[in-house]
Design a binder for this molecule. Structure first.
Ligand code: ACO
Length: 321
């Protein structure tokens, strides 16, 4: 059996925060942000939450797939930025869309989360455990961003993307995924309570995202080409066999460096971080949905999805459209 995507959807909050407005909040400017990151604006949740964005993306994917919510056997939400810890985002989405037969859980692997959700769905479908799986990446990173730190607050945005997968006859592709906990310190964020019962107080800095930008940059530029080559070799495919390289949308310079390293034309690396910033696990499915809806994805094309982020985690999957 192989897993096929039969519908995609996405949603972003209405509020747009452009570089100009951001430069009134911290000491930065539009030119610096565009040059270093490729980002021009991002969407920020005011009323929306991880759940509401995920629900909108899920409904749109189900509508496109023409599959009723009751048919979903498994529902996975990848998120690191939910407004609540319990109940998990996936169970809240299940309730809202009426996926009454679904087993539902969250997955926390930051910007690699959607790729790992895809690989989980693929494994369950190919094993014959389930027939229909809904995977969602949903983030309200504005919950975690330190809006006084110009080194990070310029990068992130909020949004959600979803895909419905079904099993079909045929052979699926083997995945590749890795993590390196020893390097986790490069991108971290504490939870609100630290277990010190005598001294539980809110310390602003530690509870917001902290990043060693250059470490993360070097890690991404080294590991993403390597994991792409690994997944190709595992499936005895070559770079030329791939129509689209859909990478996590963290930074245009990372995508450009991967394209140079692999000697694959940049035209095969679609980008939309200029509109949304880095939306962590939502970035790949938002881009996938855009490309699906504007007709860039054609039946039979081969696509690589590649994610990388906190943990550190990274992985890649090949799928046929
Ligand atoms: N505006 C203006 N100046 C700034 C800003 C800003 N927003 N941020 C930093 N600077 C300044 C610094 O203070 C420094 O000034 P100095 O030279 O006077 O000391 C100078 O710009 C250079 O700073 P660096 O931190 O060295 O800038 P760098 O070129 O590394 O760019 C960036 C920073 C954009 C964060 C880069 O390191 C990067 O993109 N890293 C990858 C980060 C990333 O993509 N993370 C997410 C991936 S994982 C995930 O998605 C969860």
């Amino acid at each position: 059996m192989r897993a096929v995507i039969c519908g995609t959807g996405s949603a972003v909050p209405d509020k747009v925060l452009d570089n100009e407005e951001l430069s009134q909040m911290v000491d930065t400017n539009d030119e610096w942000i565009r040059e270093r990151t490729g980002i021009a604006r991002r969407h920020i949740a005011k009323k929306d939450t991880c759940v509401s964005l995920a629900v909108k993306a899920a409904k749109s994917a189900l509508e496109q797939a023409a599959i009723p919510a009751e048919d979903i056997d498994l529902l996975i939400v990848s998120t690191i930025s939910s407004n609540v810890v319990l109940p998990c985002t996936a169970c809240e989405v299940q309730k809202e869309i009426g996926a009454v037969h679904a087993a539902s859980y969250d997955l926390n692997a930051a910007c690699t989360g959607f790729v790992l959700a895809y690989q989980s769905a693929q494994s369950f479908l190919q094993a014959g455990f389930y027939r229909t799986v809904l995977i969602i990446g949903s983030e309200c990173l504005s919950n975690l961003v330190n809006w006084q730190d110009r080194g990070t607050c310029i990068l992130f945005g909020d949004g959600a993307g979803a895909a419905v997968l079904r099993a079909e006859s045929g052979n699926g592709y083997l995945p590749a995924a890795h993590s390196d906990g020893k390097k986790g310190v490069a991108l971290k964020c504490k939870s609100f309570f630290d277990g010190d019962m005598e001294n539980q107080r809110f310390r602003q800095e530690e509870y917001k995202m902290q990043m060693d930008g250059q470490e993360v940059f070097k890690f991404a530029v080294r590991q993403v080409p390597a994991v792409i080559m690994e997944v190709l070799e595992k499936n005895t495919l070559a770079l030329d066999d791939i129509d689209w390289m859909i990478l996590h949308q963290a930074n245009s310079r990372i995508v450009e460096a991967v394209s140079r390293h692999l000697k694959v034309p940049l035209a095969k690396f679609p980008m939309n971080m200029q509109e949304y910033g880095n939306t962590s696990s939502a970035s790949i499915p938002i881009l996938l949905d855009e490309m699906n809806r504007d007709g860039r994805l054609k039946k039979g094309q081969k696509i690589i999805l590649a994610g990388f982020g906190a943990g550190l985690t990274w992985g890649a999957s090949i799928l046929e459209w």
